[in-house]
Design a protein around this ligand. Structure first.
Ligand code: ZN
Length: 131
C-alpha cells in the first residue's frame, strides 16, 4: 500500500509522490504534505464493492474528480452516472455527491477542490514567460 510522501522541498515548492497509482490505497491529502493554499487535492481509493459511506456537498468549493483506475458510479443530486478511468467529473458546491466502486479492481481517483468562482487568471493570462 502506497501513501503520499514528501520527496523534496525548497523555498516556495515541494515535490511529493504516491509512487505507483496501481498500488495506492486509502486517502491522502496533498495540503497536508505540500501545504497548498488555493486548492485541496486528495487521492482516494475505494476497494472492490466499497462506497464512500455518506453523501456530501460543499459550502464554497467546487470539485473535480479525475478517475485514474477502475470503474464506479457517481451519484449527483440523486442520479447515478457510470464513470471509468479517464473520466473527469466537475461538481458545483451545492450538488449532493457520493461515489462507489462497481468494478473488479480498485477505483482510484484524484479530487481537486477550489473555491468556486475564484479562477480569475489561468494558463497564459496568469503564466509569465521568463526566458
Ligand atoms: Zn467533497
Amino acid at each position: 500500500m502506497n501513501s503520499l510522501k514528501l520527496i523534496s522541498e525548497g523555498n516556495g515548492f515541494g515535490i511529493a509522490s504516491v509512487e505507483n497509482f496501481q498500488n495506492f490505497a486509502g486517502k491522502a491529502f496533498v495540503k497536508d504534505i505540500l501545504g497548498t493554499t488555493g486548492m485541496e487535492i486528495s487521492f482516494g481509493t475505494l476497494g472492490e464493492g466499497e462506497a464512500v459511506p455518506f453523501l456530501h456537498k460543499h459550502k464554497q468549493n467546487e470539485e473535480v474528480y479525475i478517475i485514474l483506475r477502475g470503474e464506479g458510479i457517481f451519484s449527483l443530486d440523486g442520479n447515478d452516472y457510470p464513470v471509468k478511468a479517464g473520466d473527469v467529473i466537475r461538481v458545483e458546491p451545492e450538488v449532493s455527491r457520493g461515489n462507489r466502486n462497481t468494478g473488479s479492481e480498485p477505483l482510484t481517483y484524484v479530487c481537486i477542490q477550489a473555491k468556486a468562482g475564484s479562477l480569475e487568471q489561468y494558463t497564459m493570462t496568469d503564466g509569465v514567460i521568463l526566458e
